[in-house]
Write a protein that binds this ligand. Structure first.
Ligand code: NAP
Length: 331
């Protein structure tokens, strides 16, 4: 049995999902020979530390009832620096202007030779090459399946199952909020403003939705794909971006009359990185509804490959994180 000491930095929707999944999958992990002990957890204000392994159930309860994870005052970065452990699970908020605390956490983790698994797009959308090369120089794994399409398998699909293939292009829907709004506008023949308000009420859209609806979130995901799969060196500022806020119900109705839906499509290949609303034939594999994500890959050997899945959600995103963790230690 291999014992892995992990820290969990960020204990919101995804961090708590990871804790629940680790509890739920304890037996399955043991069958794989893995005993994952979370030795430290940090949120924005507090921390919990126990080198013998924290009681995740108790911490989940405390976070729910008191809004904090523990009584320690150490911050996440201090934990990564000072507590002896093997793996940092980084789930702090995305900041695409500076990389935020997540960037510092990842740089610190590699400097201390700790593996990183993350759902945080910001650092990767800004400083991918640097992080990747620092990880490899430190002999650390750097895994980020959850940053693109949540539970929808994409990076590991290309790296593992499609190994040996050249990926020629990837296009798809990478933002569930936009897909929900466009799908509902189509169903109800309603305005963008009305369906955005509905999405906000349901918790599908943020209070400030601009990052999603202006296409920036999709652009960040394309940048991660461009850097990680196509070997490029780009940031989200290199992406041509058009969002969905100017799409009218009339445009959707005209499209429908001709047999199309309008979708916010992200596309990446060696020559092009672009986010824009596009006409997609009704019934086409990319015409998925609701909050679903979809990716269509063109490859040289396998031909077209299409994956559909949930792009967000606490447990769904934790599923991608768990698979990254397992892949590090199975190899
Ligand atoms: N939610 C999803 O479905 C999803 C899917 C894919 C990717 N992601 C990405 O995953 C990351 C986490 O998302 P989320 O939905 O879990 O966000 P969230 O619910 O807002 O949680 C963020 C967590 O980070 C903590 N935090 C903030 N600043 C911190 C700091 N300086 N040090 C330590 N912890 C800090 C927060 O503390 P408090 O609890 O004290 O506020 C909170 O626990 C984001 O980068 C997001 O873009 C999310």
């Amino acid at each position: 049995m291999k014992t892995i000491k992990a820290s969990l930095i960020g204990f919101g929707s995804v961090g708590q999902g990871v804790a629940k999944v680790l509890l739920r999958k304890q037996q399955e992990l043991k069958l794989l020979g893995l005993d994952i002990k979370v030795v430290a957890i940090a949120d924005s204000k507090t921390a919990a530390i126990n080198l013998a392994g924290l009681n995740l159930e108790e911490i989940l309860k405390r976070k729910e009832s008191e809004g904090i994870v523990g009584d320690e005052k150490a911050n996440g970065n201090e934990i990564i620096l000072d507590i002896e452990h093997d793996l940092v699970i980084e789930t702090t908020p995305t900041n695409i202007d500076t990389g935020g605390v997540g960037l510092l956490n990842m740089l610190t983790a590699f400097s201390k030779k700790r593996h990183v698994v993350t759902s945080n797009k910001g650092p990767l959308a800004l400083r991918y090459r640097e992080l990747e090369s620092l990880a490899s120089r430190s002999g650390c794994a750097f895994k980020f399946e959850a940053t693109v399409g949540g539970a929808m398998p994409l990076l590991n699909l290309v790296r593992n199952t499609l190994a040996g293939n050249e990926v020629l292009s990837i296009e798809g829907i990478f933002n569930g909020t936009c897909n929900y709004i466009l799908s509902r506008m189509m169903e109800e023949h309603a305005t963008y403003e009305l369906m955005l308000a509905e999405a906000q009420e349901l918790g599908i859209a943020e209070k400030d939705p601009s990052y999603d609806v202006e296409g920036i979130d999709t652009a960040c995901k394309l940048v991660i794909l461009a850097n990680a799969i196509f070997g490029m060196d780009v940031t989200y500022k290199d992406v041509s971006i058009t969002g969905i806020s100017r799409i009218t119900p009339e445009a959707l109705m005209l499209a429908e009359a001709d047999g199309y839906v309008i979708k916010l499509i992200g596309e990446v290949s060696k020559n092009r990185i672009q986010v824009a609303p596009r006409l997609v034939p009704i019934g086409h594999p990319l015409a998925v509804g609701g909050t679903l994500n979809v990716a269509s890959l063109q490859t040289d050997l396998a031909g077209p490959v299409i994956v559909v899945g949930r792009g967000a959600g606490s447990i769904e995103t934790a599923s991608a994180i768990l698979s990254d963790i397992i892949s590090i230690y199975k190899n």
